[in-house]
Design a protein around this ligand. Structure first.
Ligand code: ADP
Length: 259
């Protein structure tokens, strides 16, 4: 029944927003077609101009492709493939990727605690979620800043965060020193396709996807944000109880799909 309810909610969300997608998609295609037309005109005498127009067209096409991939991932109830994961290992494994994503003006810091619990989660989707949060943080720190990822153990009471059942969770905070959000924006961030970013840059699917994935994994998401000071997104994921010896974690290189 709960899965059905989720499906209904998802279909409603998809239905509501089809118009928005068509609009975004048309704008992206206009960039592609316009760029190619200009390039064709400049092909013979202005090779450098032509190249620039082709680059613009390619960028538009790539954005359109990324949007469709995200839409598909959103509409298709992607099955989760959970496994035992140690969250601090997962996060430190993403350092290179994060550095490249954040650029030079954003400092990256990682804080954890000894004895951090393992969790039972789809590791690729968790990596994607963290990367998406990092991209949002970067976009909120145009003039640079600091991104801190903090992992800790958290014992939650019932409904302490969202609708959490009481119990043990691992908390993953992704904190930035960026622009922050007004209460009005904060109120809407989990709505699919809600974005304050320019057309073509934001799809508004990042946080709604993360919310869906974390809830499906038995966890909760909380956001604290102060305009002008920064934002902390906290993911709570249920503790995985390991009986016996070491955590049988399979080591993999993190692979992360488009953001
Ligand atoms: P997108 O990033 O494509 O806009 P999201 O669902 O990830 O989609 O985010 C929705 C909106 O929430 C963003 O457009 C932005 O206004 C706001 N937001 C998300 N993360 C942050 C952040 N770290 N700092 C400030 N605003 C944020």
């Amino acid at each position: 029944a709960e899965a059905q309810l989720r499906q209904i909610q998802k279909m409603e969300a998809v239905g509501q927003l089809t118009g928005g997608i068509a609009h975004d998609f048309n704008n992206m295609l206009a960039v592609v077609v316009g760029g190619l037309e200009l390039a064709k005109r400049k092909l013979h005498n202005h090779a450098a101009d032509a190249e620039r127009h082709i680059d613009n067209a390619m960028e538009g096409a790539n954005r359109a492709a990324a949007l469709t991939r995200r839409l598909l991932a959103f509409a298709r109830a992607e099955p989760l493939l959970p496994q035992a994961v140690s969250p601090d290992t997962l996060v430190t494994g993403m350092t290179d990727l994060m550095d490249r994503t954040l650029g030079e003006r954003i400092q990256l810091a990682f804080e954890t605690v000894p004895g951090l619990w393992p969790i039972w989660v789809d590791r690729h989707q968790l990596e994607n979620a963290i990367l998406n949060l990092a991209v949002n943080a970067r976009d909120a720190m145009e003039h640079g800043g600091r991104l801190t990822i903090r992992t800790s153990n958290a014992v939650l009471a019932a409904d302490e965060v969202g609708e959490s059942p009481p119990g043990d969770y691992v908390r993953i905070d992704v904190s930035d020193t960026g622009a922050g959000m007004t209460p009005e924006i904060l109120d809407r961030v989990f709505e699919p396709f809600f974005t304050t970013k320019p057309v073509g840059k934001g799809t508004g699917l990042g946080l709604s996807q993360i919310f869906g994935f974390v809830r499906q994994s038995g966890g909760e998401v909380a956001i604290a944000s102060t305009p002008g000071a920064g934002t902390t997104v906290s993911l709570y994921l249920p503790r995985h109880h390991v009986y016996g010896t070491d955590l049988p974690e399979t080591e993999e290189t993190p692979t992360v799909a488009d953001s």
